[in-house]
Design a protein around this ligand. Structure first.
Ligand SMILES: NC(=O)c1ccc[n+]([C@@H]2O[C@H](COP(=O)([O-])OP(=O)(O)OC[C@H]3O[C@@H](n4cnc5c(N)ncnc54)[C@H](O)[C@@H]3O)[C@@H](O)[C@H]2O)c1
Length: 443
C-alpha cells in the first residue's frame, strides 16, 4: 500500500493540485461543503461531492441548490460544465486526490460533543484511501480531534501520515448572507500533522482561497476556530447582560452600543438579541468545555455566557407578558405573530433558532401563534420542534389583528414601517425601531 518514494508521492500530489488537474472530494454537502465544492469547480477542478442524504444528492445532480443563499445557477453551471457531481456512495473516494470533510459536529443529549459523524465518515473513507491523497478536516471540533480520530485511523490502515497520506485541519469560516465575504475571499487557517501535510494543505486551498494562513499544528488550527466562536458567544453574552441592566435603568441598550461603536479603536460592537442561534455559536464553545475538563480546567467565561444567552428567550417572554398585562391582556388566549424565524437576518437557516423556542413558550402559555418569514415559507421539519405552520402574508388588516407582534429576526425585506403603523404591540428583540413609540417595547 505504501509508496517508498516519498518525494515523488508528495510532488505528484502538489503538481496535480497546482495544475488544477486534481480530483477533489468533498464529504458533506451542507452549508460549508456545498459552497466549497462549487468554488473548486468554479476555478476548474473536477469535484465529487459525497453526502449520505440522497435527496440532496438528487437535487444537486439535477442542477438545483437546496440552500436559499446559494444560487441554483451556480450548481447548474458546475453540472453543465461536467465539473461537479454528487454521490451518496463513497466508491469514487479512491479516485480523489483531496478529501475534505465537512460533516456536522453537534452536541449529544447530554450537551457533550457528538463526533459520530466525523468518525463515521473517516471509517467510510478508510477502505478507499491510497497513497498520494491529502485529507482535510473542516468540521469545528476540540483540539486533538484530527490526531485522535483521523490520523490514528489512517495510520491503523497502514499509511504513514506525512509520507503516504497528508492530513490537515482547516476550519471553515462562513457568514451566510454577507455580500462582502464569500468562500474565496475569507482568509483560511490551515494546520498540518507534519510539515509535508501542511505543504499539501496550503497547495490545496491556495488555489481557491485568496489568503491561506498556515499555523504550526492541527491543534492550533482547531483551537483558533473555537476561540473565534467563543469570542462571539462571550461578547454576545455581555451585550445581553448589558441589555438587562439598561432595561432596568430605562436606557436603550442599542443606542448605547451605537454610541460606543463610534470609538475608532478598542471597541467592537456586539448586539443583544432573543438568544443564540445557528449551528456554531450555541454549540462549539461546549466542545472546548468538554475537552478542558480532561485537563482539570473549568471554562468559566464560556459557561457564564452560555447561561446568560440561554436565558434570553424567557427574559423576552417576561417583557412580552408584562407589556400585554399593561394593556389589560393575558398572554393566554392572545393572538401572537412571530416576525422572522430564521436564526439570523436574510438567511433561511433555522438551526438552533431562538425564534422557535419563543414560539414554543408562547404556545405553552396558551397563545395562538402564527409567523411571517419571507425566507421560510413553510415551517421545516426539525429534530426537536414541530409546527404545522406556513408563513402568513403581511397586510395592514392582518397586522392589526394580532395582540402582539414579536420581532425575533430582522430580515431586510420586511416593511417595518407598515408593521409599526398597524400593530397594536411590537416586542422588538433586535433594536429595529430606533425612535421610541407607544406600541414598541424593546426586549
Ligand atoms: N454553517 C456554518 O456557517 C459553519 C461555519 C463554520 C463551521 N461550520 C462547521 O462545519 C461543519 C459542517 O457544518 P454545516 O453547517 O455544513 O452542516 P450541514 O448540516 O449543513 O451539512 C452537513 C452535511 O453532511 C452530511 N453528512 C452527514 N453525515 C455524513 C457522512 N457520514 N457522510 C457524508 N455526508 C454526511 C449531511 O447530510 C449534510 O448535508 C460543522 O462542524 C460546523 O460546526 C459550519
Amino acid at each position: 500500500m505504501k509508496l517508498q518514494d516519498t518525494p515523488l508521492v508528495k510532488e505528484t500530489l502538489l503538481r496535480r493540485l497546482n495544475e488544477r488537474s486534481a480530483l477533489v472530494g468533498i464529504v458533506g454537502l451542507g452549508y460549508v461543503g456545498l459552497p466549497l465544492a462549487l468554488r473548486f469547480a468554479e476555478v476548474g477542478y473536477r469535484v465529487v461531492g459525497f453526502d449520505v442524504d440522497e435527496a440532496k444528492v438528487k437535487a444537486l445532480n439535477a442542477g438545483k441548490s437546496y440552500i436559499g443563499h446559494i444560487p441554483g445557477d451556480k450548481v447548474k453551471s458546475a453540472r453543465g460544465d461536467g465539473r461537479f457531481e454528487a454521490a451518496a456512495a463513497f466508491g469514487r473516494a479512491k479516485d480523489c486526490d483531496a478529501l475534505i470533510i465537512c460533516v456536522p459536529t453537534p452536541l449529544d443529549a447530554y450537551r457533550e460533543p457528538d463526533l459520530s459523524y466525523v468518525t463515521g465518515t473517516v471509517e467510510s473513507l478508510v477502505p478507499h484511501l491510497r497513497a498520494g491523497q491529502v485529507i482535510s478536516l473542516e468540521s469545528t471540533t476540540y483540539p486533538g480531534t484530527t490526531d485522535e480520530e483521523l490520523v490514528s485511523r489512517v495510520e491503523k490502515a497502514g499509511f504513514e501520515v506525512g509520507r503516504d497520506v497528508f492530513v490537515c485541519f482547516s476550519p471553515e469560516r462562513e457568514d451566510p448572507g454577507n455580500p462582502r465575504y464569500a468562500t474565496s475571499n475569507i482568509p483560511k487557517i490551515c494546520g498540518g500533522t507534519t510539515p509535508a501535510c501542511l505543504e499539501a494543505g496550503l497547495a490545496l486551498y491556495g488555489q481557491v482561497i485568496s489568503k491561506v494562513v498556515p499555523v504550526s499544528s492541527t491543534r492550533v488550527a482547531e483551537m483558533t476556530k473555537l476561540l473565534e466562536n467563543i469570542h462571539r458567544s462571550v461578547n454576545i453574552g455581555l451585550a445581553n447582560e448589558m441589555k438587562i441592566i439598561c432595561d432596568r435603568m430605562g436606557i436603550d441598550v442599542h443606542e448605547v452600543i451605537r454610541a460606543a461603536a463610534t470609538k475608532p479603536f478598542g471597541f467592537v460592537p456586539y448586539w443583544p438579541g432573543p438568544g443564540l442561534g445557528g449551528h456554531c455559536i450555541p454549540i462549539d464553545p461546549f466542545y472546548l468545555t468538554w475537552k478542558a475538563r480532561a485537563y482539570g480546567v473549568h471554562t468559566r467565561f464560556i459557561e457564564l455566557a452560555g447561561e446568560i444567552n440561554h436565558a434570553m428567550p424567557e427574559w423576552v417572554m417576561g417583557k412580552l407578558i408584562e407589556a400585554l398585562n399593561d394593556r389589560g391582556r393575558a398572554l393566554k388566549g392572545s393572538k401572537a405573530l412571530v416576525l422572522g424565524i430564521a436564526y439570523k437576518k436574510n438567511v433561511d437557516d433555522m438551526r438552533e433558532s431562538p425564534a422557535v423556542e419563543l414560539m414554543e413558550l408562547l404556545v405553552k402559555r396558551g397563545a395562538q401563534v402564527e409567523y411571517h418569514d419571507p425566507h421560510v415559507p413553510v415551517f421545516p421539519p426539525m429534530r426537536e420542534h414541530k409546527f404545522d405552520l406556513k408563513s402568513v402574508p403581511l397586510d395592514d388588516k392582518r397586522i392589526a389583528s394580532y395582540d402582539v407582534v414579536l420581532l425575533a429576526t430582522d430580515h431586510d425585506v420586511v416593511d417595518y414601517e407598515l408593521v409599526k403603523r398597524h400593530a397594536r404591540l411590537i416586542i422588538d428583540t433586535r433594536g429595529k425601531y430606533l425612535e421610541p413609540s407607544a406600541n414598541v417595547i424593546k426586549a
